[in-house]
Design a protein around this ligand. Structure first.
Ligand SMILES: *Cc1c(COP(=O)(O)O)cnc(C)c1O
Length: 399
């Protein structure tokens, strides 16, 4: 059996590296999560939100044309792109917001880089009648003006952060500081399987609905387990959600596609497992892109959702024990896969998800014709169209 984390650790990874002033809030959250995750009333409310607001269960679509083009394996797409707000992020945000309400919190805070997690948090805050403040590096607010306006439309206040490099890691620091100031009424809603315990386990729990559904759907369609499950990895939440219920099925390969950017041999990469080293940041011990002094290094990927400079501790663990494989995929390969899936299946994937598609395009011959594989389509690609056009040398006006 896959061993459960012991005191918030996955072997050496994870932990709770936070200031003393946050320990009470972290312990309160830890206790509440472990109580409510098995509470029938809580699960009834959570499932109702997933079904009636997010639109679950999401479909498992057979990619007939792509399967024929590649000559096998049978390719299935888990359609997280069809969820409300267009990605898997809503699963986690609904779970944590509901838990925060049980704890009597009235306000959510979050940090966001590209704005996707900020928008998901703002959405749920609006729906559940909570206040919401989002911290975002000043540079990112300029690059992602559309998402800033979206959050404002949803009733959230966006705070540009000017410290450091004015990007995601600085927004993380600011959100942690703000949580320290306002722990009594505020929940810090972390958007991926990272941060101090219990966040990595909690976010994986709320996202594991993905593999729970996948398993039922693939057995229904094929009568057997898939040969592999593929997902893109930024912080690692959609991948953990897609992997979780298959971890104890050793015949199922678990493959995480990291953003290699311009290549793992260049400094323009965000592939943490392939290029990073062990360290402590964002309240956890894990693998990060960092310089020789241990400072978090700038990361790069065409995909804004994948350019976090680290990876969640459970992935660091699955990598260490060899249960999951982590492979680098470049911008070029991802853009190509973005176009291939759009033309072959009429589904425009998020550029993040296109990284997982790209890896299968490269490795289809590792499988037999009778095998099935599932690609977790973490989100839809409408948000990326202008950037892909620009990558191809075409300037659109509505970015
Ligand atoms: C945010 C995002 C990701 C990356 O986050 P993970 O925690 O690694 O899942 C991937 N795909 C989409 C569509 C996203 O919005």
């Amino acid at each position: 059996m896959y061993s459960m984390p012991y005191q918030g650790r996955f072997d050496e990874f994870g932990g709770q590296y936070v200031p003393e002033t946050l320990m009470n809030a972290i312990l309160e959250l830890d206790e509440a999560f472990h109580y409510y995750k098995d509470d029938p009333e809580f699960n009834k409310d959570f499932n109702k939100l997933l079904n009636e607001y997010a639109g679950r269960p999401s479909l498992l679509t057979f990619a007939n044309n792509l399967t024929n083009e590649l000559g096998g394996p049978k390719i299935y797409l888990k359609r997280e792109d069809l969820n409300h707000t267009g990605s898997h992020k809503i699963n986690n945000v609904l779970g944590q917001a509901l838990l925060a309400k049980r704890l009597g919190k009235t306000r959510l805070i979050a940090e966001t880089g590209a704005g996707q997690h900020g928008v998901a948090t703002a959405t749920v805050a609006a729906y559940l009648g909570m206040d919401c403040d989002v911290f975002m590096g000043r540079e990112d607010t300029k690059r992602q003006a559309l998402n800033v306006y979206r959050m404002e439309l949803l009733g959230t206040k966006v705070h540009p952060v000017d410290t450091g490099t004015a990007t995601l890691k600085d927004a993380v620091n600011e959100a942690l500081r703000e949580w320290t100031r306002k722990v009594s009424d505020t929940h810090y809603l972390i958007g991926s399987v990272m941060g101090p315990a219990p966040f990595p386990e909690m976010v994986r729990h709320f996202q594991s609905v993905i593999s729970k559904e996948m398993k039922e759907q693939i057995i229904e369609a094929e009568g057997k387990l898939p040969a592999a499950v593929l997902a893109c990895v930024g912080g690692g939440s959609n991948a953990m959600g897609a992997f979780y219920h298959f971890i104890d099925e050793p015949e199922v390969r678990l493959i995480g596609a990291e953003a290699a950017g311009r290549g793992i041999e260049t400094p323009y990469t965000a592939a943490s497992i392939n290029t990073g080293t062990k360290g402590v940041f964002h309240g956890m011990h894990s693998i990060f892109n960092q310089d020789e002094q241990g400072q978090i290094a700038p990361v790069y990927s065409i995909s804004a959702g994948l350019d976090y400079p680290g990876i969640g501790p459970e992935h660091a663990y699955l990598n260490k024990i060899g249960r999951a494989e982590y492979v680098p995929v470049t911008d070029d390969e991802a853009v190509n896969a973005f176009e291939v899936l759009s033309k072959s299946e009429g589904i425009i994937p998020a550029i993040e998800s296109a990284h997982a598609v790209a890896h299968l395009l490269k490795t289809a011959d590792e499988y037999s014709k009778d095998d099935s594989v599932i690609i977790n389509l973490s989100g839809r690609g409408d948000k990326d169209v202008a950037a892909i056009a620009r990558y191809r040398g075409k300037e659109l006006y509505d970015d």
